[in-house]
Ligand binder design. Structure first.
Ligand SMILES: O=P(O)(O)OP(=O)(O)OP(=O)(O)OC[C@H]1O[C@@H](n2cnc3c(O)ncnc32)[C@H](O)[C@@H]1O
Ligand SMILES: [Ca+2]
Length: 498
């Protein structure tokens, strides 16, 4: 009898009640873990889309962006899904035959229809933003600019997407949205990190945008844009220089060298052995140079290369006005610029040109970069053609020496990037798979996808919350078992005594 009692006292959890509690506990824990795993398994992602057409001076490009459908209220990342380069030149080049500006877009619009799932077409916003090419056409011939827009609108309205309009961006918008794109893609805005300045070099205009601490925005209000993004305030300095894109600045350089109306121009910015006939009418056809056209010039001139970097730099420098400045400090042409600050990302033609010239590595001293460019400029034209033609457009190849010289001069003399500051510049094409440019920032702004305030988020991520609940449940269960183990012998003892 006493031996039996001892056995019961030593193994109280072998009673039917303890076994039932243990089984229920195990089932509860398995159920809890299963729910947690199922809840956290990846579900097939649904996306939303947005389309922006960048109608630049030299060409038009279509960008498709996508973001997770259930997260569009500010937490999902917007990424570039696809881009399409419209064949031919920019829409402003169709001033004489505006319908063609519309039809030129059709191929890329078809591509977009295939890229965006059909059931999303009607809700996908579609925007077109035109930049410096259309700004110049509007100055030159406002009626022609309107006709180009009408033609473009006709094509876009026929698309199945949710067309939201076509317009010319101001230079300020172009600069500011380029800055938003770069900093959004780098995740600098959400985290409130120091921002990256944006340098954009187009065909007809160029933009510089950066945040400069302690700068007085009231000194030049037209150069300042204020943003409140994710709970942080930014005072952005931005300026767009019309006629300082690389195509228009080349016209300015040639205009500068043909003021006496010569039949022959010896140009230090083109390679030795380069010789091409050009006509005065097409050189002076833009508002950037039209008022400089020499009177009584012949119909054409021979453009001859000399390949001399330092002389080329003198020609380029002469295009900037460094004397007129009514502010405390200026970049050039009397434009206010606060002190440069922070890292910079330089994209579009900055990247195309410096990448071709193998000069994107800014850890090299500026002097070395200049020496390499000087060697390149002195290379005979025939040698370059043999090396690159077939892979590089002849027009681009002929102009890399000029463009490289312009880029270095603009950065160092124009914006005042000193030897030390030069290494703060990174030449970039894209960030995490999305092209650097104004289009993404433009769409994020128009779709209100960057909130002014930081979104409130739960203190723990979902997976963390489930893990903690599971661990606590297991601990409680163990506690219960321990408790039963210590109480049960006494209970059973009492039962036995009774
Ligand atoms: O911003 P805007 O001034 O309106 O002009 P855009 O948008 O058309 O200008 P891009 O950045 O597309 O191109 C800038 C310039 O670079 C030229 N370009 C494009 N690809 C190039 C390459 O691979 N090599 C050299 N130049 C290139 C292009 O013809 C333009 O003159
Ligand atoms: Ca551009």
């Amino acid at each position: 009898m006493s031996a039996q009692r001892e056995m019961k006292e030593k193994k109280p959890w072998h009673t039917p009640l303890t076994i039932i509690i243990t089984v229920i506990g195990v089932i509860a824990i398995v159920a809890l873990v299963t729910v947690a795993v199922l809840q956290n398994r990846p579900v097939p992602q649904k996306y939303k889309y947005g389309i922006v057409l960048d109608a630049g001076s030299s060409h038009t490009a279509l960008y498709i962006y996508e973001w997770p459908a259930e997260k569009d209220n500010n937490t999902g990342r917007v990424e570039q899904k696809h881009s399409c380069k419209v064949k031919g030149k920019g829409i402003s080049s169709y001033a004489a035959e505006p319908e063609k500006a519309g039809t030129s877009l059709i191929d890329c619009m078809r591509e977009a229809e295939l890229q965006v799932p059909t059931k999303r077409h009607r809700e996908t916003p579609l925007y077109l933003g035109a930049t410096a090419g259309m700004r110049l056409l509007k100055i030159e011939d406002s009626a022609a600019s309107d006709k180009v827009f009408q033609a473009v609108e006709q094509t876009l309205q026929r698309s199945p997407f949710y067309y939201q309009g076509a317009r010319i961006l101001t230079g300020q918008e172009e600069g500011a949205f380029g800055w938003v794109t770069v900093n959004y893609l780098d995740d600098r805005l959400k985290q409130g990190l120091e921002t990256t300045g944006a340098l954009d070099l187009g065909g007809a205009s160029t933009q510089i945008s950066f945040v400069s601490r302690n700068y007085d925005i009231s000194e030049s209000p037209s150069n300042s844009v204020t943003f409140r993004l994710y709970g942080n305030d930014y005072n952005l300095y931005t300026h767009s220089f019309l006629c300082y894109g690389k195509d228009q600045v080349l016209k300015k350089a040639l205009a500068h060298q043909t003021q006496s109306g010569p039949t022959k121009v010896q140009d230090p910015c083109f390679h030795p052995g380069y010789s091409v006939k050009r006509d005065y009418a097409s050189l002076y056809d833009s508002p950037c140079v039209s008022d400089m056209k020499p009177k009584g010039a012949p119909s054409e001139f021979t453009h001859i290369g000399e390949g001399n970097f330092s002389q080329c730099q003198e020609v380029v420098k002469s295009l900037f006005n460094f004397t007129a400045c009514t502010y405390s400090r200026c970049s050039f042409d009397g434009v206010f610029q606060p002190p440069l600050q922070g890292p910079f990302g330089a994209f579009s033609a900055y990247y195309f040109v410096m990448n071709f010239l193998n000069l994107t590595d800014t850890s090299f001293p500026l002097e070395t970069v200049k020496k390499n460019l000087a060697n390149y400029c002195a290379t005979p034209w025939n040698e370059l053609k043999q090396r690159h033609l077939g892979r590089v457009k002849e027009k681009y190849l002929a102009e890399y020496c000029f463009s490289g010289t312009y880029i270095l001069t603009l950065l160092t003399e124009g914006y005042n990037f000193t030897k030390e500051k030069f290494s703060d510049i990174k030449f970039i094409k894209e960030i995490k798979g999305s092209d650097a440019g104004w289009t993404l920032g433009y769409m994020l702004n128009l779709t209100n996808m960057i909130p002014a305030e930081a979104p409130d988020s739960p203190p723990l991520p979902h997976a963390g919350y489930v893990s903690i609940v599971t661990v606590i449940a297991i601990l409680l269960f163990i506690l219960l078992i321990l408790c039963l183990r210590s109480i049960w012998p006494r209970c059973s003892k009492q039962q036995q005594i009774v």
